[in-house]
Design a protein around this ligand. Structure first.
Ligand code: NDP
Ligand code: MG
Ligand code: MG
Length: 326
């Protein structure tokens, strides 16, 4: 896959264009601030409330979603995925015109058809591969978070140039950008967060922590070992790969990794990951999540509540408070 860099993108494509960032949450705030710093004309569309106030405070022109969609050439929807459909139908669709561009940072709405865009608008994706806080932090350091772009509809013929320019304005082309399809991004993103990064890692930490405390080890020690130190290990892998991490840890730890790791995460885990990928690609996961969200997300809320009572969270809060610089 080719990696796209700064030289491949031209910011002047955005001259005279207005970008409406819809939503001012984790991604909306970070991406809007970066694009504004790069000289793009950015306005914010969001409902009244905390985000509206924050965007106003940070000097943006803030208005209703409908008004922003009406004024903008590029409508960059950064709402929670489960809300895209309803907000699009009621507040965005009436303001679409040929030549306008719809943009997203995750293809969920288009791949699972909660948004079905008219054929005469461009549809693109500009997706940082990182949380909003990271996008902004790395940009402020003068570099960029890596990212993905996709062109989903291109009646104007200019969609790719606009996606590249927005990626450049957010610093992503400094970090390196890959071009993919919306379906690829949507499926791999859901797979990664469900099996490795969030689901997967969290379960591994909890099982490790529970095993130690059930065997009578102090919860504080179990937390240090199974949660706190995970960041240190991931940082080493991030910086230099798995082999570099193995060079830094002891030979004992490295031997233990080869000795016990494959006995814990046995090949049948991969079989279940394949089933999970199928549930994502078939639309089953999206259907279940959208149904849950439509009911007000009772199961999600119950799980959140339950996790708050787990000893790993209770002891974790206590341990983390030790690191607060007074
Ligand atoms: P957040 O939940 O952080 O922010 C959502 C924003 O949308 C808030 O400003 C919220 O305002 C606003 N909002 C919610 N509902 C409505 C509504 N009905 N009308 C108007 N405004 C509304 O979302 P994220 O930034 O996490 O996610 C945005 C998109 O970015 C998603 O598509 C996600 O998949 C994608 N993405 C997210 C990443 C991440 O790390 N978070 C990484 C890459 C992509 P209020 O304060 O009023 O609730
Ligand atoms: Mg995601
Ligand atoms: Mg150790």
């Amino acid at each position: 896959m080719d990696i796209i860099h700064d030289n491949d993108a031209d910011l002047s494509v955005m001259n005279g264009k207005t970008v409406a960032v819809i939503g001012y949450g984790a991604q909306g705030r970070a991406q809007a601030l970066c694009m504004r710093d790069s000289g793009l004309n950015v306005i914010i569309g969001v409902r009244p409330g905390k985000s509206f106030d924050a965007a106003t405070q940070e000097g943006f022109q803030v208005m209703s979603v409908a008004e922003a969609a009406d004024k903008a050439d590029v409508i960059h929807i950064l709402l929670p995925d489960e809300n895209h459909g309803a907000v699009y139908e009621n507040e965005i669709k009436p303001h679409l015109k040929p030549g306008k561009t719809l943009c997203c940072s995750h293809g969920f709405a288009y791949v699972f058809n909660t948004i079905v865009p008219p054929a005469d608008v461009d549809v693109i994706m500009v997706a940082p591969k990182g949380p909003g806080t990271e996008v902004r932090r790395v940009f402020e350091e003068g570099f960029g978070c890596p990212g993905l772009i996709a062109v989903h509809q291109n009646p104007s013929g200019n969609a790719r140039n606009v996606a590249l320019a927005m990626a450049k304005a957010e610093g992503l082309t400094r970090g390196g950008v890959l071009e993919c399809t919306l379906a690829q991004e949507t499926y791999e993103d859901l797979f990664g967060e469900q099996n490795v990064l969030c689901g997967g890692m969290v379960d591994l930490m909890k099982y490790g922590f529970e095993t130690l405390i059930e065997a009578g080890y102090p919860a504080e020690m179990a937390y240090f070992e199974c949660v706190h130190e995970a960041k240190l290990i991931v940082d080493l892998i991030y910086a230099g790969g798995i082999q570099r991490m193995n060079e830094v840890i002891s030979n004992t730890a490295e031997f233990g990794e080869y000795y016990n790791g494959p006995q814990i995460l046995t090949p049948d885990v991969k079989e279940r990951m394949k089933e999970s990928l199928k549930r994502i690609e078939s639309g089953k996961f999206a259907k279940d999540w959208l149904e849950e969200a439509a009911k007000g997300a009772p199961n999600l809320k119950a799980k959140r509540e339950e996790l708050g009572q787990h000893p790993v969270e209770i002891v974790g809060a206590k341990i983390r408070s030790l690191f607060e610089r007074k």
